[in-house]
Design a protein around this ligand. Structure first.
Ligand SMILES: CC(=O)SCCNC(=O)CCNC(=O)[C@H](O)C(C)(C)COP(=O)(O)OP(=O)(O)OC[C@H]1O[C@@H](n2cnc3c(N)ncnc32)[C@H](O)[C@@H]1OP(=O)(O)O
Length: 409
């Protein structure tokens, strides 16, 4: 079998996307979803794998800007649409696509690549490491009470059609991005993503609604959610399915959640993707009845170790030499001196002796500040070569806000 990789020709998008749908089990997406992904696909950054005249593999890379500790927005490839035809699996097609894609990303000058995985074991071999978590909550809203910070009662809530509220929501969202590593600055066209609500995907819930939180006429937060009705002999037991909640201050945040908890005829609030440090956990009266579950979120790949590590800031002064192993992208291999603090950092090649040895995957896990280097060392994945270097680096890599990706792509 000889498979050739070619850049996606725009006229072949339907076939390419159809192949991807087939790799994911064959269910065709709604016209609304298809049209969105069609318009967002950057064909010149997408690859098709051809076996003669059969299209057998797909992948793409969105041009994102990723928020990193310190608030910089770093050019990042958003790896997506990965699929290989069932007749061609386990013969290296994905490996060939990943090889070509990471070479391309490097050539484009983007220090990072990110993805969410259909299955976590797939991407470690290509140097991706798990960098964010997502928290799922299934809250017994009939019993759990919320405290209200000062000012909550001054917030006015206004229910609007999501389309009518989108500009205000996006303005709030844009102000949240730099403060939380892992969030993506919205690229043009992506404001359509939160409006996606095809009836075929609602699974019994109503259409998505939007509530704006306002103080003195200024929008300070928003929530989008749907309601799923359910009844039994004891009466109503519906659920509120939370899509997004973002706010610029604690009072706006609490007011939005209070609204979600008090939707008539419901007794459960389900939020399937919240940050690990969601302030909501400190507003509720009974955290156990929030039934928390943690899942893997976003995987990160340092395509250019020097540029990536220099792009973020560090919570404490750090000056360490890292011996980096990177079999898939050997240009990263070797010793790097990382020097930085809360203001900025440099990361340069060095011949000095190493303080710590680790692979590019461990750097990826710690990059956004979500996973501690000490835990990785405890798992034997980082070796400390100079006493004290691990604590110094682990403290510096930490970040006070948990990294989080609010949506898929
Ligand atoms: C970012 C995203 O889009 S995530 C979406 C990923 N796509 C899907 O899940 C759709 C369904 N699955 C598929 O299309 C394919 O099975 C893929 C893309 C996951 C793998 O494609 P393949 O061409 O079979 O992968 P390839 O042959 O290059 O395998 C490389 C290695 O990964 C391993 N691997 C591949 N898929 C998996 C998996 N699902 N779980 C664990 N290991 C895997 C292979 O065993 C192989 O290991 P080896 O190097 O030790 O031999």
């Amino acid at each position: 079998m000889t498979v050739e990789l070619r850049v996606l020709e725009p006229g072949r998008w339907d076939r390419w996307y159809g192949e991807l749908e087939r790799a994911f089990g064959g269910a065709e997406e709604s016209p609304e979803e298809r049209s969105l992904w069609h318009d967002l696909t950057e064909c010149e950054r997408s690859l098709a794998a051809w076996d003669d005249d059969e299209l057998v593999g797909t992948t793409g890379a969105f041009s994102f800007r990723l928020s990193v500790p310190g608030g910089s927005l770093v050019p990042t490839a958003g790896v997506t649409c990965v699929g290989v035809r069932s007749t061609h699996r386990r013969r290296g097609v994905l490996t060939a696509m990943m090889r070509r894609q990471l070479d391309d990303v490097r050539r484009w000058g983007e220090p990072l690549a990110v993805l969410t995985a259909s299955e976590p074991p797939i991407y470690g071999r290509f140097g991706y490491g798990l960098a964010t978590e997502r928290l799922r909550m299934e809250i017994d809203s009939a019993r759990v009470r919320l405290t209200a910070p000062t000012g909550t009662d001054e917030i006015r809530l206004r229910l609007v059609p999501p389309r009518a509220g989108i500009a205000a929501c996006e303005a709030v969202y844009a102000r949240r991005v730099a403060g939380r590593p892992g969030m993506l600055a919205r690229q043009p066209g992506w404001e359509r993503l939160p409006l996606l609500d095809p009836p075929s995907e609602r699974r019994g819930a109503g259409e998505v609604g939007c509530v704006l939180a306002e103080r003195n006429g200024e929008v300070v937060g928003f929530a989008r959610f749907a309601v799923k009705s359910d009844w039994d002999e004891a009466g109503p037991k519906g659920s509120v399915l939370v899509r997004d909640v973002e706010a610029l201050d604690p009072a706006g945040y609490a007011a939005l959640w209070r609204h979600l908890f008090e939707v008539d005829l419901t007794s459960t609030v389900i939020a399937s993707n919240r940050p690990a440090d969601d302030p909501l956990l400190h507003l509720v009266s009974d955290v156990r009845r929030c039934r928390l579950r943690v899942r893997d979120g976003m995987f990160v790949r340092l395509v250019d170790v020097g540029a990536a590590l220099a792009a973020r800031t560090y919570a404490a002064p750090v000056d360490v030499v890292l011996e980096v192993e990177d079999a898939f992208c050997p240009w990263n291999e070797g010793r790097w001196r990382l020097s930085g603090d809360q203001k900025g950092a440099t990361c340069e090649r060095t011949t000095d002796s190493a303080d710590m040895a680790l692979s590019v995957r461990e750097l990826a896990c710690g990059y956004l500040g979500g996973f501690g280097l000490t835990a990785l060392a405890g798992a034997g994945r980082i070796r400390e070569l100079r006493p004290g270097a691990l604590t110094e680096a682990a403290t510096a890599f930490g970040h006070p806000v948990a990294p989080w990706l609010p949506h898929g792509f």
